[in-house]
Design a protein around this ligand. Sequence first.
Ligand code: UN1
Length: 507
Amino acid sequence: MTSKVDVKNETTSILERLGVPATRWNDGDLPVHSPVDGGRIADVATTSAQEAATVVDAARTAFDAWRRVPAPRRGELVRLLGEELRAAKADLGRLVSIEAGKIPSEGAGEVQEMIDICDFAVGLSRQLYGLTIATERPGHRMMETWHPLGVVGVITAFNFPVAVWSWNTALAIVCGNPVIWKPSEKTPLTALACEAIFRRAVERFADAPENLLQVVVGERALGEAIVDNPAVALVSATGSTRMGREVGPRLAARFARSILELGGNNGGIVCPSADLDMTLRAVAFGAMGTAGQRCTTLRRLFVHESIYDTLVARLKKAYESVSIGNPLETSALVGPLIDRGAFEAMGEALDAARAEGGTVTGGERDEAAGDSAAYYVRPAVVEMPSQCGPVLEETFAPILYVMKYSDFDAAIRDHNAVAAGLSSSIFTRDMQEAELFLSAEGSDCGIANVNIGTSGAEIGGAFGGEKETGGGRESGSDAWKAYMRRATNTVNFSTELPLAQGVSFDI
Ligand code: UN1
């Protein structure tokens, strides 16, 4: 697909407007391509694994200063970041569309998610509460204090190139920690843009140390050097389960903390009483939105046999008619896949589904894409005789596997019978079904929804999942606790020294 918009020129103008130094993106060793038309838009300078130690040392120095700044004052910096993000929303959202291929409302929505987490973190900066706990000893007081943790490493994926960084950074900063960010090599420009926006907030804030945020672009070895550095206290990593299997054990080996947000193979159950109009819209957005490239994308749908034919016929119609196109110049709802690798993985999954007896509707490469280096595909809906083969895997592409069920308990069992455990939904107007799905016997995922889709979570809730999704939680609720260390303090204000548990030790 050729683009009437000159993507490279527009990228350059946005980077210049956002104040990203040209030395970072016009002559480096990492070529960056836009999935919109496959064209090369920049050449980003990378950081080598050998340079990682210097970066971590600088962050460690920043930590020594930043942890002494009172938390509400740290919140002020995040408030300024939120202001800068509001001012940059149009440009940054557009850059997300250019670099990740998102449609405009999703590009802007991602920046909105950043603004929202900043607002959340500002409030949080006055609420980093510890408990006061009744002690068993007279004349004593026991309490918890939450302290800054240390250097936080953030590793992000291409599909949410800026929001996931902001969830981690807004919290890390109010919690008193500097951040080293290694973005996906597929989307380094949006990261450099965020760095420039962050710098503007720092410039308006009198007492921020240098190097509170450092963006490093580079290969896997760079990521490993950060993960293995003993001065990095926490690594929050978003990406594939394969990546998590590498990162998790390395951190565990040196007793460092991790927040892992890995693969999802998200399912939904559509019950006989479901409002089908609403379900159709929720399924369409969940499965086709962001061209199926959210970690929360709906990938498996279990439909009760009584409504199966009706819903599946309507779904196929929606899949056949959904608009696909260049997000920079059309109002299409489905943009491109990130690259050729994603397109090939989609083709392989569809072939595997056919081999297992699946009936595929859609999945073809969009004609208009021709043989260019852009990969636009018609989303695929695949009727499967059972949950097997590729249905058990996450393929990062717009493929929705649909299966018929007759027994609700069996549907819940099948729903849970995959390795990942990120997000899930039930569509029903039956309270017993809804409550069972949300109960301990129901969905085993970190996110379980009723009558909304699996994707598009708000920042106020804790975000993350169970099993091979990695178990980490980011964003809202009490996810902040992972970015701080808890000290339990006991103070004796008496003149005696009573020992706990009635132990006597008189010398
Ligand atoms: C991701 O795909 O890594 O719930 C994050 C959602 C978004 C975040 C997705 N708020 O779909």
